[in-house]
Design a protein around this ligand. Structure first.
Ligand code: NOJ
Length: 742
């Protein structure tokens, strides 16, 4: 991956700065800055959301707006751009932006679903397509990827990121950035990416959105920061601060993370935007006294552009006059903003072709890629008696509130995806298989929160008249995403009853779960023979699921976030540190504890009396219609120097009846460190496609330097000592192989 990444990054910058070289750009910025009044500089630092166009245009004409967000009509964007370029004093173009999170019109699976593909290529392609569609409308900056590590599925925004693992999030985040920002052939069809939310937002206490994130400093560096460092190295053009505070300091006012780490240590020369009103919200946090104090703290900490708190435009001129912020600091911020506009070629090409903007949406190649992503993102969690694929059925009952829910299957952050263009599973099953299989449709519940059990007896009766039941359950789109945290992760409404009613028919039941997070589906597993977890699969989810159900495609998705038995286990993640009393798996659970048992802590371990210790399904888990065996896993040496690369070989064998893809995973454990280390950490993964019966010699190359972490003395380095390594199909399987780093 590495050489490719570096090449793309260099190319991206070359392309984006194609209007002129870096030095030319800096000279042009100098020239512009020398002409700008303080008010015009603050105007560049101000981002406004779509509103009354006449009013917006007046602000733009006065030079009070640097960027707009949420306008997607290319004609309106052109009109506003024309005011900026032709009617404002300095003619500086606007930077139009939007939350293009998992597609623009053609919606891909939600990012958590995309993460289940473990496929950087499809993620890069999805982001490229999003950039093509959105930039055609004039949107040149997206607030994506969200690379927050999320270890708690109660947090609704787990849907928007790549799950719980640092390595996976880093790799997929980089792929997404590369896709948005393009390469030298991408021309104007690029968007600046935005690595967000810097930092620690995913660790919201209790999974409650916007809450403080209690992250210890070394954990911040070892777990939460690497995806952001990778984003800088990949050339991410912008960063967004996060809403949360860590240890008393809101991110938007955190000089340590925004200046010491991001600028000084990582050398970021892009632009930093606040989150929506996160500067102003520092007042509610109790970190800033008033608007001016908030703006001063944000800009001094290193925020360049204010998203919608209006505190910069409203107070910073006065703050500069009072000496609370230096004009040099303002100039630096404006320089970062102008550099971005030059790199995007906005000065040369501010307008878009409105006709092309309409033509390019939903191009056949875009839909094909969205379908591929949806196929790869589905995880097979259960398949008793080879219920799937539905090879020999002649009739099915399609039921459940998600079978034909075009809006909801798009998931969170699908502002521009359209239900009218969405292909639902019901429509696809009828279109693709309706001539071979009798398809009966009876939803029984109208939406995922529907509690009405009145139709369930009829459902059972109808199920008896078919060969199999396919029940589409899950979450409506609005039940996950920003500000949509949950404390109970069971299926909502009467959906578990629906599965029970289907099972009561005695027919095989396939559950397809379309959701924004890993729900606690343990009790529902009892009421189905097979379960396919598709997350919210996007525009083409219907075709993807239909083909998976009938074996045209074979599931290959793997869990990017642990499936819990019970929400009470959260936060839960596979790469935790050991306690001094790790669970053994032989703990006495609640029903076995004798009455009037005397209290003892001797021999006790870390577990829950009711849900035990382990998860329902571990990180990395996912079945296939075939089976895979790992054999002969070996490494080339027993001891490695700090600059060595560990060469791992193994044989992967497809031992079943289907051609299929396995995601092989490489895990490592550092046995003794200057600080305690995770019991396993993902260090590599690859998708390997094998024909039925085929086996292949495969390799992983792991540079020893990737074992580095911030240790006791706050230095990041590889600590010598004993390690273990696994190659397996999930985070809980395989046998450890020992090695030593000198
Ligand atoms: C708030 C969200 O936290 C952020 O992710 C998003 O980009 C902005 N709103 C803009 O919509």
């Amino acid at each position: 991956m590495k050489p490719f990444r570096i090449t793309l990054t260099v190319l991206a910058f070359a392309a984006l700065a194609s209007c002129s070289t870096g030095n030319d750009v800096e000279r042009r910025i100098d020239k512009l800055l020398s002409k700008m009044t303080l008010e015009e500089k603050l105007g560049q630092m101000n981002q406004l959301s779509q509103g009354d166009e006449a009013w917006m245009c007046e602000q733009i004409r006065q030079g009070s707006v640097g960027s707009i967000l949420n306008e997607v009509d290319p004609a309106a964007i052109n009109r506003m751009q024309r005011v900026a370029v032709e009617e404002s004093r300095l003619g500086i173009p606007l930077l139009p932006s939007r939350d293009v999170i998992h597609g623009f019109r053609t919606m891909f699976p939600i990012p958590l679903g995309q993460a289940a593909t473990f496929d950087p290529d499809i993620i890069r392609e999805g982001a490229r397509i999003a950039a093509i569609e959105a930039s055609a409308c004039g949107i040149r900056w997206t607030f994506s990827p969200m690379i927050d590590i999320a270890r708690d599925p109660r947090w609704g925004r787990i849907a928007e990121g790549f799950g719980e693992d640092t390595h996976l999030t880093s790799e997929l985040g980089v792929a997404m950035i590369e896709g948005y920002q393009g390469d030298e052939t991408s021309g104007n069809a690029t968007m600046a990416a935005c690595a967000k939310h810097f930092i620690g937002y995913g660790a919201a206490e209790g999974g409650r959105d916007y809450n403080g994130s209690p992250i210890p400093m070394r954990t911040l560096h070892n777990v939460y920061m690497p995806p952001f460092k990778a984003a800088v190295d990949a050339g991410a053009m912008t960063f967004m601060t996060s809403f949360n505070e860590i240890d008393g300091i809101p991110s938007t006012g955190n000089e340590y993370i925004l200046r010491d780490i991001l600028r000084d240590e990582w050398g970021f020369d892009g632009m930093v935007v606040s989150d929506w009103n996160s500067a102003g919200e520092m007042i509610a946090h109790g970190f800033a006294a008033d608007d001016m104090d908030a703006a001063v703290k944000a800009v001094n900490a290193g925020v360049d552009m204010d998203m919608m708190s209006h505190t910069f435009i409203g107070t910073l001129a006065e703050a500069v006059r009072e000496g609370k912020v230096s004009e040099k600091t303002i100039d630096e911020a404006v320089r970062n903003i102008l550099r971005l506009k030059f790199r995007l070629g906005l000065f040369e090409n501010p307008y878009v072709d409105e006709k092309y903007a309409a033509e390019i949406q939903y191009a056949p190649a875009h839909l094909a890629a969205a379908k591929k992503a949806a196929v790869e993102s589905a995880i097979l969690l259960k398949n008793d008696g080879k219920t799937l694929p539905l090879n020999s059925v002649r009739s099915i009952l399609v039921t459940g509130p998600m079978a034909d829910a075009p809006h909801d299957q798009l998931g969170t952050w699908s502002f521009d995806g359209e239900a009218s263009h969405t292909v639902t599973p019901l429509a696809s099953l009828r279109r693709m298989f309706g001539d071979k299989v009798r398809i009966v449709y009876y939803p029984a519940l109208m939406y995922s929160r529907d509690k009405n059990k009145g139709n369930l007896a009829r459902l059972t009766a109808m199920a008896r008249s078919v060969d199999a039941v396919v029940a589409f359950v899950g979450e409506e789109a609005i039940l996950s995403g920003e500000a949509h945290s949950l404390s109970d992760l069971n299926l909502k409404g009467a959906q578990s009853d629906l599965l029970r009613a289907a099972k009561a028919s005695g027919r095989p039941v396939v559950a397809v779960v379309m959701a924004g997070r890993p729900l606690t589906i343990g009790r529902d597993l009892e009421n189905c023979d097979a379960m396919l977890y598709s997350y919210h699969p996007g525009t083409m989810g219907g075709d993807a699921i239909a083909e998976l159900l009938f074996g045209v495609e074979v599931p290959s998705g793997k869990a990017p976030a642990t499936f819990l038995k019970d929400a009470g286990q959260a936060p839960f993640y596979y790469n935790h540190n050991n306690t001094g009393r790790p669970a053994s798996g032989t703990e006495t659970l609640i029903d076995e504890i004798p009455l009037c048992a005397g209290q003892t802590s001797l021999g006790c371990t870390s577990f829950y009396m009711d849900s035990g210790f382990g998860p329902l399904f571990p990180f990395g888990y996912g079945l296939s219609y075939t089976t895979f065996e790992y054999d002969g896993i070996s490494i080339d040496k027993e001891e490695y120097g700090q600059n060595d690369t560990i060469h791992v070989t193994f044989t992967l064998r497809n031992t079943g009846d289907y051609d299929a893809t396995e995601v092989a995973q490489l895990y490592v454990r550092d046995l003794v460190g200057s600080i305690t280390r995770p019991i396993r950490e993902l260090k590599g993964f690859q998708r390997i496609t094998l024909k039925a019966g085929e086996s292949r010699e495969c390799t992983f190359d792991l540079p020893v330097e990737e074992l580095a972490f911030m240790g006791f003395d706050n230095q990041t380095r590889v600590e010598s000592g004993d390690f273990q390594l696994w190659v397996a199909g999930d985070s809980a399987s395989g046998d450890p192989i020992p090695f030593r780093v000198l």
